[in-house]
Design a protein around this ligand. Structure first.
Ligand code: 4AZ
Length: 840
């Protein structure tokens, strides 16, 4: 075999390839060769050395000019307050001679200060005075071009710059405050190009409207920068209210957003709020400025089409009054303008003193003092302070008690970021008996006696569950010593909080623990046989196809079955025909509004939160049953709602009217969000048993299809293999009775409950459950569906982000009773019936 010609060797190649040439020269006369080589070597070394020096010098120059010296464009915004100038109306108008005169003086003062600082002066490009407001506050925008290596020094000099009162030859300006902040040059440039800049002055006693360009007929444009500078008369503040807010869903640190500033320029430390996503109309998006100016900016990225916002602003007389002396036995108080966001820069003190020998406690019913990335342990910015302890962040109801008749509550907001604030009530109590006929929690909260030692932390501080004797049906958790129902042991849910209830349930070595508690040998996992009996062992085996379809496998449209758990609409195509991801069955279970209303308390639902919820009315009784929208024409409800009784033909479609998009029964006929439909067909399950309530399901066909809106959307129907595990949080909604035997709700109610173990629930309900039913609620009672909720949805938020109809409200022994959870029709068990009857 011929040796290949050596074209290169595998040693690392030297810088200029000379070494190789030397190495491969034929050595005929070694002396001459040596001499020549030394000379040559010297020559080569000289050349190489010079070349290296030149390239280093060139490199340094290139680096110096191209990088180190490359100019960086920098923009600073800020303001100066000037004490010895009177604010004139004309100062509002950039076209007025008064504006021009003052602006030239202020910019001269600023430029003078810049020039006097060697770290700033050489780099100034220009300085623009953008606006004036009462104070007199002069807002400016200064541009710089600075070599990269001087940038840090410029930043430092700007942050330390003191603009002093100047006595320039021609004029004297008394500068009280000077503030400078770096700003995003791209935003600054685009905001200044006037195509989307608006200057608005409030009109006394009328609200002025403004919106994103094109609203509501066209989406706002991609890559836009818009700003609205809002002003009010002297001695006023601005009240801004977003009536509609539908922007692109929030993306961390990017995407589209609207910023409201308590200033006329986009100063980071004066941001009141940064908004993105969509807010339901019920969310009180109202903001109050601290002065007579406000700035709203909108930035959009290059993706998506969204409607935008419509806002109104008006002026209100300026007041910093808040707090006060509270001397009654009880009363309420709240942050200024609650439920609007409180204004920045406020301090309020409530001095509470209840009469007689009573003591005082304060119950915070709503508490929202949340600022982005602020520690809620120290509460340095906005806070409530009681007895030297600060409270901030977002908190659920809490009570603070005093050991005397007095309490001082202090509220403080700083210059940036405001929130909804708080609403609180103060109450007097008998020191020896703070909770008559109730249990007194350590926090001072009063709870019903039946809730003591029931295994649930009703007090919020667990004081109702401390030092309890566990009953025969209970066990004791290790860490918190709470007594819990025995059937919580080994149910796969961490009920104790320290896993002690799930500790002694381990399976032997090489065994797998099923969700239902059963242990099976490890090798039975993914063998395409449901050895657990609940599908656990076959659920995490990829999208393995199986020839044996069982109730735990997912059936594709082409008849194939797959063992993966919950494969439908999870973004991964598992069926070979793609049917698990088909658009028709995956465009469901979405809420138009990502944001929750935080203002309405308790259990009122938010507008648009349950857009599949339907109210079924009869002429005689008004709202009678609930139902769920599953397609433009089909509702799913409970069969027992359509049983003829007492002279009313409930099975007759003409008896019923469906209201979709409904929130408040009182606005059923007036709200433009509500759609009314007659019913064309009522079909109850043929095997519905009116004694046992087995197969309690029905479907209704609307007389004509509905169009989906923000308030009307279908819920997803789960396939028969979808698993809703025991202990999972799930929501029940409806306009049913607010208490057993009580009257129905006006506003749609929601309650978060948990799926309860079927075997244990069957014991509690004396063997009345059938496999077509599931239990959900609380063994301790208190939260449950009730009369009038029947037919309505049990909605489950699933890991694919969609909401599924897990159950239909069916029956229960009374409402919210202890040990009597509610019973729901199991929709997974009705999947085939729904398909056969409706084609869905
Ligand atoms: C009813 O009468 C009803 N606690 C519905 C649900 C429940 C009780 C009663 C569950 O429609």
């Amino acid at each position: 075999m011929k040796e290949p010609d050596i074209k290169y060797n595998n040693r690392p190649q030297s810088f200029n390839g000379i070494e190789e040439m030397v190495e491969f020269l034929p050595a005929t006369n070694s002396k001459k060769m040596e001499k020549m080589t030394t000379k040559k070597k010297l020559l080569i070394a000289g050349i190489v050395g010079t070349a290296a020096l030149i390239s280093v010098a060139v490199g340094l120059l290139v680096w110096h000019f191209a990088y180190r010296n490359a100019p960086v464009y920098k923009v600073y915004t800020g303001y100066l307050t000037i004490g010895n100038v009177r604010f004139l109306d004309a100062h509002e108008n950039p076209a007025s001679p008064e504006f021009a005169d003052l602006a030239s003086k202020v910019s001269e003062v600023l430029l003078n200060a810049y020039q006097n600082d060697p770290a700033i002066g050489p780099y100034v490009v220009n300085c623009n005075i953008t606006a004036f407001s009462e104070g007199v506050i002069s807002y400016y925008l200064s541009e710089f071009k600075v070599p990269a290596y001087r940038e840090a020094a410029l930043d430092k000099a700007m942050s330390e710059l003191k603009v002093k009162t100047t006595n320039l030859r021609r004029f004297n300006l008394a500068v009280d405050t000077f503030v400078a902040y770096p700003t995003d040059p791209q935003n600054a440039r685009m905001f200044r190009d006037n195509r989307c800049s608006f200057y608005l002055h409030a009109t006394p006693s009328v609200a002025t409207r403004f919106s994103t360009p094109g609203f509501p007929n066209f989406p706002y444009r991609p890559n836009s920068r818009c700003q609205w500078a809002l002003r009010a008369d002297a001695g006023h503040m601005i009240l801004l209210h977003f009536k509609t807010f539908k922007m692109e869903a929030c993306k961390p640190n990017k995407g589209d957003y609207v910023t409201v500033y308590d200033s006329l320029t986009a100063l980071e430390p004066r941001i009141m709020v940064k908004l993105c996503g969509s807010y339901p109309p019920s969310y009180n998006l109202t903001f109050v400025s601290s002065q007579n100016v406000m700035l709203v900016t909108m930035v959009s990225d290059n993706v998506g089409k969204h409607p935008g916002f419509m806002a109104e602003f008006s002026q209100i007389p300026k007041t910093t009054l808040c707090g006060g002396m509270l001397r009654d036995a009880s009363g309420v108080f709240s942050t200024p303008f609650y439920p609007a966001h409180y204004p920045p820069n406020r301090e309020c003190i409530w001095d509470i003193q209840v009469p007689g020998n009573q003591h005082v406690k304060v119950r915070f019913l709503m508490f929202y003092l949340l600022e982005p990335s602020v520690p809620i342990t120290t509460c340095p910015n906005d806070y409530v302070e009681i007895s030297n302890k600060r409270y901030c962040g977002e908190r659920s109801q809490f009570v603070i008690s005093s050991n005397s008749s007095k309490m001082i509550v202090k509220f403080r907001s700083d210059q940036s970021y405001t929130d909804t604030g708080f609403m609180a009530e103060y109450l007097s109590y008998e020191p020896l008996n703070p909770c008559p006929d109730q249990f007194t929690c350590k926090s001072g909260r009063c709870i019903d006696l039946v809730r003591k030692c029931d295994g649930w932390n009703d007090c919020g501080d667990s004081s109702d569950e401390a030092s309890c004797n566990c009953s025969a049906q209970q066990f004791r958790c290790k860490t918190n010593q709470m007594c819990k129902p025995k059937f919580f042991l080994c149910d796969g849910v961490n009920d104790c909080g320290d896993e002690t209830d799930e500790l002694d349930c381990k399976c032997p070595a090489n065994h797998l623990k099923c969700r239902n508690g059963k242990c099976i040998p490890q090798e039975k996992k993914c063998d395409r046989t449901d050895d657990c009996g609940d599908g656990t062992d076959e659920s995490e085996c990829g999208s393995a196809l199986t020839t044996t379809c069982t109730e735990n496998t997912y059936k594709c449209d082409n008849g194939e079955c797959i063992t993966k758990m919950n494969p439908a609409c999870d973004g991964v195509t598992d069926c070979s025909d793609g049917s698990d991801e088909k658009e028709a069955s995956c465009s469901c279970g979405k809420r138009p509004y990502s944001r929750k209303t935080r203002i309405v308390g308790g259990v009122n639902a938010d507008i648009g939160e349950w857009p599949w919820q339907v109210s079924l009315h009869t002429k005689k009784d008004g709202h009678t049953c609930g139902a769920s929208l599953v397609s433009p024409t089909i509702l799913v409800s409970a069969a027992h709602c359509f049983q003829d009784a007492s002279g009313i033909r409930y099975s007759d479609p003409s008896t019923w009217t469906a209201y979709l998009g409904l929130h408040n029964q009182a606005t059923r006929t007036t709200s433009s969000d509500v759609v009314e439909r007659k019913i064309k067909k009522v079909v109850a399950h043929r095997e519905f048993n009116s004694y046992t309530y087995d197969n309690d399901i029905a479907y209704l066909e609307l007389e004509s299809p509905v169009t989906y809106t923000d308030f009307i959307q279908p819920i997803c129907i789960p396939d028969s293999s979808r698993v809703f595990p025991v202990g999972k949080s799930i929501w029940v909604t409806g306009w049913g009775a607010l208490s057993e035997g009580g009257s129905g709700a006006q506003v749609l109610q929601k309650a978060e409950i948990r799926i309860i173990n079927q075997t244990e629930c069957n014991k509690l309900l004396e063997d009345q459950l059938t496999p077509r039913m599931i239990c959900a609620g609380y063994v301790s009672g208190g939260i449950d569906a009730c009369q009038g909720d029947s037919g309505g949805p049990l909605s489950s938020v699933e890991s694919n982000g969609k909401i599924y109809l897990a159950g239909v409200v069916s029956w229960g022994e009374g409402c919210a009773r202890r040990n009597k959870p509610g019973v729901y029709t199991k929709v997974t068990g009705m999947r085939d019936w729904i398909k056969q009857n409706t084609g869905l």
